[in-house]
Design a binder for this molecule. Structure first.
Ligand code: KPL
Length: 329
């Protein structure tokens, strides 16, 4: 593993979790903050990691000190050689995928780089592949639970599964080897990781689950588990899933037949959690509605389908966002 360079871009809950666990496993890595104030905080304090899963670890906090930098800074770390395999894990929200961001990511890449996209939702890979060749991009889906306590503190709230796969299937042997290497090191860092030959379907499965849970928890302002207690919410989730599955079918994606049961299981397992969309709304941030529900609406439109339930929850979340922006929270 000595010849691996790891860069985590984005220091939100997932970015901090990946940086902390990879750092704790002993890998040499760098973490790119996106704001100078956060960079400073991380430089001074490191990443403070706490496991909320293991009872014994509740009081034990670990400080991890990756190399901290801004994405736009000079790409080289002293002692790095160009030939080492380099994984750039993008743990930023979809809204970050501006042309400027994509340019900065491209500048970070070299001949041995692979860019790994860890986003919820769809649409960002199109933006990225304008500058980064698709065959160098992996998509990843993770169900790890993480909560950011502050700009340098993260709590691991639940073990999950991580899937990785090339966005362009049937890639090169080099891509196969790189994927295996990445899965190997994520497993060594404690992430339960699998390779997927059909990552687009996995991305869609998570997208569909998020498109049912996240907007409803945000609109109703409830924890994930409460959706199961409300018959109207259950009915609406079912409709949202049916519409999204019909869209995926049109795209020729094969989804797990027990997707609905998986969704119920996610609600049960994360019963006490606030969805990321509810957290965003409560914190006055823009949500990922455009990339989750909006992504499904765009794909449905291209496929000639109507998705009225998605359109309705989309409008409601947009109205809540606009109200919050106008100071009406
Ligand atoms: O991924 C999630 C999110 O909040 O974005 C779920 C699965 C809904 C867990 O909260």
């Amino acid at each position: 593993m000595g010849r691996v360079r790891l860069t985590v871009v984005g220091a939100g809950a997932v970015g901090l979790l990946f940086a902390a666990k990879l750092g704790m496993a002993g890998f040499r890595m760098e973490l790119c903050a996106r704001r100078p104030a956060q960079r400073q905080l991380l430089l001074e304090n490191g990443v403070r990691f706490r496991s909320g899963i293991e009872e014994s670890a509740k009081v034990n906090e670990t400080i991890v000190r990756p190399h901290i930098r801004m994405l736009a800074e000079d790409a080289s770390i002293a002692g790095e050689s160009e030939e080492r395999i380099h994984f750039i894990i993008l743990a930023v929200k979809q809204a970050a995928f501006t042309p400027e961001f994509v340019e900065q990511v491209e500048r970070l890449t070299g001949p041995a780089s692979w860019v790994v996209c860890l986003q919820n939702g769809i649409g960002h890979i199109d933006a990225l592949s304008r500058l980064v060749p698709e065959e160098r991009i992996f998509a990843a889906v993770t169900t790890e639970g993480a909560m950011k306590r502050s700009d340098h503190e993260v709590i691991h709230t639940g073990n999950g599964t991580t899937w990785i796969g090339p966005v362009r299937p049937a890639g090169s042997r080099e891509a196969d080897e790189a994927q295996k290497k990445l899965a190997e090191l994520l497993n060594l860092a404690g992430f339960h990781t699998f390779l997927s030959k059909n990552i687009t379907s996995r991305v869609w499965q998570k997208l569909i689950i998020n498109s049912a849970i996240n907007p409803l928890t945000a609109i109703l302002r409830v924890h994930n588990g409460e959706l199961l207690q409300r018959p109207e919410a259950m009915e609406l989730m079912r409709t949202l899933v049916d519409e999204a599955v019909a869209t995926a079918d049109k795209l020729g994606l094969s989804l797990d037949p027990d997707l609905w049961e998986q969704l119920l299981e996610v609600c049960r397992k994360t019963a006490g959690n606030r969805s990321s969309m509810l957290q965003d709304l409560l914190a006055g941030r823009m949500t990922e509605i455009d990339y989750i529900t909006g992504g499904i609406m765009r794909e449905a439109k291209k496929a000639g389908l109507v998705v009225p339930a998605h359109q309705t929850v989309y409008r409601l979340v947009k109205a809540i966002e606009a109200g919050a922006e106008a100071g009406g929270r």
